[in-house]
Design a protein around this ligand. Sequence first.
Ligand SMILES: NC(=O)C1=CN([C@@H]2O[C@H](COP(=O)(O)OP(=O)(O)OC[C@H]3O[C@@H](n4cnc5c(N)ncnc54)[C@H](O)[C@@H]3O)[C@@H](O)[C@H]2O)C=CC1
Ligand SMILES: O=C(O)C1=N[C@H](C(=O)O)C[C@H](O)C1
Length: 266
Amino acid sequence: MTNTKIIVAGPRGKMGREAVKMIHNTEHFTLVGCVDHKNGGLRVKDIEGLPDTDAPIYQDIEQCFKRIEADVLVDLTTPEFGYKHTKLALEHGIRPVVGTTGFTKEQLLELEQLSEEKELGVVIAPNFALGAVLMMQFSKWAAKYFPDVEIIERHHDQKLDAPSGTAVKTAELIQEVREAKKQGHEEEKETLAGARGADVDGMHIHSVRLPGLVAHQEVMFGSSGETLTIKHDSINRESFMTGVKLSVEKVMELNAFIYGLENLLE
Ligand SMILES: NC(=O)C1=CN([C@@H]2O[C@H](COP(=O)(O)OP(=O)(O)OC[C@H]3O[C@@H](n4cnc5c(N)ncnc54)[C@H](O)[C@@H]3O)[C@@H](O)[C@H]2O)C=CC1
Ligand SMILES: O=C(O)C1=N[C@H](C(=O)O)C[C@H](O)C1
């Protein structure tokens, strides 16, 4: 396999650290640089807990892209910066693999248009864990037969976006097979605002944030005399690395915009 040169944005984060380790341990990947909003001028090996590599750290992403020759940007930052980084990567001819969640529909559309214009592959995956991708696909299938559905996602309390990218993607997949339908009683009223969660075409999403959690989702279906629950748990962040690795490999063969890891699986 040819070697892929990778820049990671957000190397000190919970996901960024795992990604840097995975890249360091993958023979056909080379970490050529990192983008951090601190520690500019240092090397990756200078940061406690990161692998022993000389890859330089830049605070200014444009400087990084100008000075370092790279094939792929892996972005694991925040919704605000992830969007800016993805756009800049495309403008510099670098293929983005984005795990960062919380982008708006308009931002996704804009990135899709830029990817087409530049004829460069982009992978944006709300969830890189294979089990989570299956949970979303099984939920889409189930929604054909069980249109009454509630999504309950649970995450650690440091998460910035709610609902999670996975919950949004799950709702979008279900919308493809389920007609808009108000659930619950016709005259249902919230006596405390937010009690029924977010409303997507009448299906509800509930977001739980607690210390001790990693990333979990249940999609619960109800019908006459039965319920069906499809559940996925990421118990650590290694769970996401198979998907990050696959996305980096695949994005090098792509000239298209991919939203969701399911589109890369056979
Ligand atoms: N697609 C997937 O499978 C997964 C996606 N995520 C998403 O990935 C993102 C990161 O998640 P975590 O690692 O848990 O968050 P985190 O808060 O631990 O890490 C984010 C990192 O980004 C850095 N950062 C912030 N602004 C920056 C900038 N301007 N330039 C460079 N670095 C910057 C922060 O210093 C921090 O180290 C979130 O959007 C989260 O929702 C998280 C887990 C799995
Ligand atoms: O912030 C997280 O942790 C996660 N974010 C992604 C999301 O918003 O769905 C993926 C996973 O749930 C972990």
